[in-house]
Structures are given as structure tokens and as C-alpha cells.
Design a protein around this ligand. Structure first.
Ligand code: ATP
Ligand code: MG
Length: 286
């Protein structure tokens, strides 16, 4: 049935993931897959469990129940092993080494792909210097790719907010992932920066890296994603292509409250379509 490339494989397979904190079930029996070549969105109101789900995927939390596989192998719940396996992420609250340069931040992101460890990188031991030479070219490539090459020598803390978010992405890419998880990559960005972030994520996908992205900016999500999953109070209530999800009454009711601009409810959509068809046949629309 599918007309997409026959080489499509399942990159991420999360099955029945549940995360409880004491009496609170933050994530409840969530299944989610991400296939190669896909950009998948994860949306839901504040506190819906989106970040907690990311934390379960990346080994920051050990899920109370369920399992997470990457390219057919079950992941151990240890962040460094997850990164090594091929999953990279950015954080909702930017986590950069503020007093290191832009280039150094990306070099640190390469530590899982070099023989030198993180501490060696942070302490700038001699081994790191050698590895740094070998990694520098790749890091500069990534800075070119993310549009930060001109700022390679700037301190991370001096970058404007939008560029700090981009640098987090560059650093995540430095671990050469097959799957990139982005937690609110456009939070705090202006519309122009958001557009640029969209382009960047498409370019990442085009490089063969699957993407799972959490975002509150619905327009951004709907433009970007092949598929969108909706979490409400820890449960996945709907999943499907963006155009299906944005017209789903349950999403509008449970998540948005009222229909958002550009995403009318089904009734309204039908009314608009009927009105358009009518005016087209009459040829007197303004
Ligand atoms: N470490 C923790 N201990 C206890 N409760 C937690 C912990 N982490 C998250 N929670 C709770 O789990 C629920 C889900 O939080 P989470 O941060 O995953 O939501 P979110 O969907 O990412 O929200 P937002 O859109 O605001 O970022 C919330 O009720 C939160 O308070
Ligand atoms: Mg969150």
C-alpha cells in the first residue's frame, strides 16, 4: 500500500511506556514509533507528560513499565548508552556550557564518538587535544550546517537565544545520531527564527536523521511533521497525519479548548468547503 521508499525501517519503537512518580502517572501506556525519514510531532498541554516521555526514551528515567527499542535493539536506561546507540536530544531548558565557545560545545557533543571521554574534553587533557584536531573539521561542518560557523569562537552565553537553541541542535548532531529528539526547539524564538528552525529540521531529516519533536507552536508542528501524536494527562489520545490530527474533535476539545486559526473543526471545515464550492460555481466570491 505504501508508496514511500521501500527501505523504510522502524528507528524508534516505544511500547507500553508508563512512568509513575509516587501516585502520579505522568505517562500512561504510551506506544510510539518513529520510522526512518520521518519527522514526528508530540504535542499536548502543559504537564501532559511530553518531557517525561522523552526522559524515558533517553534513559534519564527508568520507565515504570514498557520498553524502548532503537533500530530493533532494546535500549538500556542509561543516557550515555542511549546516546551511543544513536539517539540525541535537546532540552526544554537550554543546557549549554555557557563559558565554553560555540565550537567547544560541539566538540564536547562528539565525546561519545571519539575515544576521549567527556572529562578529558572538559579538562582539556592532552588526549582531548588530539581528538579535538580530528573532530574539529566535523564540528565546523555542523556549525556550517546550522548557520553558526561565523560564531565558532564566541562564548555560548553571548549568543542570542535563538542561536543557543541552534547550538544545542549542533551539539546533539555531533554525536552522529540516527534519531534526534527536540524538546520545544522554538520556545522563545521570534517568527523569523522559527521559520529558520523549521528549515533546519527539514535539512536534518534530509540527511537521514529521523526526528521526534515536542512543540507548543501548533502551526510549526503542522507544517513540519509527517505524523503527530497527542498526549493528554499522560495518555496518547490521538495519532495521525498532521491534517487529520488538527481536524480531530478530541484534540480540539481536550487540548486546544477552542479551534485554532487555520485548523477549524470538522463542522466548520465542512461549512467552509461548502461555501467555497458554492462561490466557485457562482464565480462571485471576493
Ligand atoms: N521528576 C519528577 N517527579 C515528580 N513529578 C514529575 C517529575 N517530572 C515530571 N513530573 C510531573 O509529571 C507531569 C508531566 O510533566 P512533563 O514535564 O513531562 O510535562 P510536559 O508535557 O513536558 O509539559 P510542558 O509542556 O509544560 O513542558 C507533571 O505533572 C509533572 O509535574
Ligand atoms: Mg516539557
Amino acid at each position: 500500500m505504501t508508496t514511500t521508499a521501500p527501505t523504510t525501517t522502524t528507528v524508534l519503537d516505544a511500547t507500553d511506556v508508563t512512568m509513575r512518580f509516587g501516585g502520579l502517572t505522568a505517562v500512561r501506556s504510551v506506544d510510539l514509533t518513529v520510522n526512518s525519514g520521518e519527522i514526528v510531532g508530540l504535542i499536548g498541554p502543559n504537564g501532559a507528560g511530553k518531557t517525561t516521555f522523552f526522559n524515558c526514551l533517553t534513559g534519564l528515567y527508568v520507565p515504570t513499565e514498557g520498553k524502548v527499542s532503537y533500530k530493533g535493539t532494546v535500549l538500556p536506561p542509561k543516557p550515555h548508552l542511549v546516546t551511543q546507540a544513536g539517539i540525541a536530544r535537546t532540552f526544554q531548558n537550554i543546557r549549554l556550557f555557557a563559558n565554553m565557545t560555540v565550537l567547544e560545545n560541539v566538540l564536547v557533543g562528539r565525546h561519545t564518538r571519539t575515544k576521549e571521554g567527556l572529562w578529558s574534553a572538559l579538562l582539556r587533557l592532552p588526549g582531548f587535544k588530539r581528538a579535538e584536531e580530528a573532530s574539529r573539521e566535523r564540528a565546523m561542518e555542523l556549525l556550517e550546517f546550522t548557520g553558526l560557523a561565523a560564531k565558532a569562537d564566541h562564548l555560548a552565553r553571548n549568543l542570542p537565544y535563538g542561536e543557543q537553541r541552534k547550538l544545542e541542535i549542533a551539539r546533539a548532531l555531533a554525536s552522529e545520531p540516527g534519531l534526534l529528539l527536540l524538546d520545544e526547539p522554538t520556545a522563545g524564538m521570534n517568527p523569523q527564527e522559527t521559520r529558520a528552525a523549521e528549515e533546519l529540521i527539514f535539512a536534518i531529516r534530509d540527511k537521514g536523521i529521523a526526528v521526534l519533536v515536542i512543540e507548543h507552536d501548533i502551526r510549526f508542528i503542522m507544517n513540519l511533521c509527517d505524523r503527530v501524536a497527542v498526549l493528554v494527562q499522560g495518555e496518547k489520545i490521538v495519532e495521525g497525519p498532521a491534517e487529520v490530527v488538527q481536524a480531530d474533535e478530541r484534540v480540539i476539545a481536550a487540548y486546544l479548548g477552542t479551534p485554532f486559526e487555520g485548523a477549524p473543526g470538522q463542522e466548520e471545515a465542512a461549512e467552509v468547503a461548502a461555501a467555497e464550492a458554492h462561490s466557485t460555481t457562482e464565480g462571485d466570491d471576493k
